[in-house]
Write a protein that binds this ligand. Sequence first.
Ligand code: RFL
Ligand code: PHB
Length: 396
Amino acid sequence: MKTQVGIIGAGPAGLMLAQVLRLHGIDSVILEQRSEDYVLSRIRAGVLEHPAVEFLHAMGAGERLAKEGMPHEGIDMLFRGEKRRIDFPSLTGGKKVTVYGQQEVVKDLIRLKKDFDGQIFFESEDVAIHGAESDSPSLSFTHGGEKKALSCDFIAGCDGFHGVARQSIPDAKLKLFEKIYPFAWLGILADAAPAQDELIYSRHENGFALFSMRSPEVTRLYLQCDPEENLGEWPDSRVWDELHRRLEAKDGFRVNEGRITRKDVTPMRSFVCETMRHGRLFLAGDAAHIVPPTGAKGLNLAAGDVKLLSDALAAYFKSGDTAQLDGYEALALKRIWAAQRFSWFMTRLLHKDPGANAFDEEVQFADLDYFTGTEAGRRTIAENYVGLPFGWTGAA
Ligand code: RFL
Ligand code: PHB
């Protein structure tokens, strides 16, 4: 088998890349280790930034997003019982975000790839990269019990944090940065109508809580918990009690309860692999970086990488020009570090840090007061939340 771009991973990064390359007339094959059902049922991100929404529309994946996505023009930040709203359009020149589940994005993109050329191999085992530093790299894998080989011009490592792509780069070449947080999120999905239209990020004495949603019938909620938290100690009644406590507000807000259909614990980490290229292998999305979810940036960063990488590959296949491929890593890292900063900032602003003393906590509340109580503060949060432009360099 032969293709122009061999893509490892059918998450948002790999699927978006395949779709954009197709529009440039570049063919690709996606190798995914999980089954299609598994990939479709993975519940993750919910918030799409303004640039990511525009990008999905531009790549022809915006039809259902336009109908079912829920535009959000603001968020509430809640502390000491008081909700303070950050209004996006008035602070960002009209921008907003859209709540549309990652699994819906993935579903739309899988359909597009299947309908176009069907070149997507679910349940591909033992994917391995060969000759990344040569002019003719290839992928080997096992599918349906048969060993296969795929020759490629380029390989895109879109296989997430635990994938093989980053691990296949020699250690001596890897430049890694990491921060682990002393807390995690216990997340639930409930069959309950969202009790208000916009998200609430709450800093409470018992820990952070987040009120979010997936549809007019489904609420998504999170509680700060211990990274080693035992879900067995969280029967539904305890989850609801704690959500009511941490999201209680002077305006009388109260979460609607409903049947809990998912319960999971997500660890929190910040991670950057600055080595996003090894010969003809390029990394995009979670394969190269992880953010804590407080800034709602993970999926959106993957979209930003894919925009830059697809532009660079298109320039190469059109004219043989390698300048954009050579510049991919440096340019992508500008926006990645900006999103890392914002995700770290939101995490620090909103969680109860078990290592903080009384002084640290008062500074945290002063920060919350400043960033929600002044226009300058609100603007900083709003412009980062709706998303810095793709290709952002900080200098513009
Ligand atoms: P993914 O989605 O992990 O996809 C990688 C794919 O590669 C496959 N794979 C392999 N395939 C073949 N061979 C191998 N050896 C392979 N190893 C792995 C995997 O099965 C998978 O299908 O990475 P990608 O595409 O880079 O996408 C990144 C996003 O999934 C991630 O950043 C977001 O989900 C993060 N995130 C959020 N991002 C947002 O932008 N907004 C949010 O509101 C938001 N909320 C969240 C989140 C992540 C969360 N969790 C569970 C970590 C909330 C949560 C709770
Ligand atoms: C979600 O709806 O899953 C969600 C929303 C906002 C975040 C993180 C997750 O910051």
